[in-house]
Design a protein around this ligand. Structure first.
Ligand code: DX5
Ligand code: ZN
Length: 213
């Protein structure tokens, strides 16, 4: 059963607690939190203090996606803020193995993120230790972009790599996910679908989440 993770990036930033409650009532499985530093990506969002303030307003699993340089500096603050899963970009981290262990030692699930044009070979060894791989299907930094079609094959290839090695690693896909491509993505092997504009861009979030599922 595929999981739906609405991305707060497309929510009303002036009413984040209300927006969280709305997607929780609407049947979301997780909430995807896009953390940007204005350097790794040309945009800036929010960090651990805002996430900590939101934690008491929902029981949803907090799935943090770090689009930052020096992801290691964010691990402890995010654990203290009540985040459950943290992923960071392989393109931003020369010491990925160390950071995966830091995340796990802090009691969270660890994921590695790949930009659309980054080869799957970069996660070959990491597959043994991460809980999930987040494949970007747009260039990170902004919501509401068009799905990059070649990433559909990338999901399929990653799924075979994982099953051939009998690993327990999940696949999350992020960017341009809509009701129109959600079914195909799940069929290709995605376990978690991130959707920003396809959920928060709609008046009725419950209907939007149901359409994706
Ligand atoms: C992009 C973010 C995504 C974004 C997806 O940098 O990582 O999580 O919110 O937005 P949509 O679903 O609108 O493409
Ligand atoms: Zn994201």
């Amino acid at each position: 059963m595929v999981k739906i993770a609405p991305s707060l990036l497309s929510a009303d930033f002036a009413s984040l607690a209300e927006e969280l409650k709305d997607i929780e009532r609407g049947g979301a499985d997780l909430v995807h939190l896009d953390i940007m530093d204005g350097h790794f990506v040309p945009n800036l969002t929010f960090g651990a203090p805002i996430i900590k303030a939101l934690r008491p307003h929902t029981n949803l699993t907090f799935d943090a996606h770090l689009m930052v340089y020096h992801p290691e500096n964010y691990v402890k603050p995010l654990a203290d803020a009540g985040v459950n899963m943290v992923s960071f970009h392989v393109e931003a981290a020369p010491h990925a193995d160390r950071i995966v262990h830091m995340i796990k030692d802090a009691g969270m699930k660890a994921g590695i993120v790949l930009n659309p044009a980054t080869s799957l070979s970069t996660v070959d060894y990491l597959l043994e230790i991460v809980d999930y791989v987040l494949l970007m299907s747009v260039n990170p930094g902004f919501g509401g972009q068009k799905f990059i079609s070649y990433t559909m094959d990338k999901v399929r290839s990653l799924r075979s790599m994982i099953s051939e090695r009998h690993l327990n690693c999940q696949i999350e896909i992020d960017g341009g996910v809509k009701a129109e491509n959600a079914g195909k993505l799940a069929e290709a092997g995605a376990d978690i679908l991130v959707a920003g504009s396809a959920v928060f861009g709609k008046e009725d979030r419950k209907a939007a989440i149901a359409a994706l599922r």
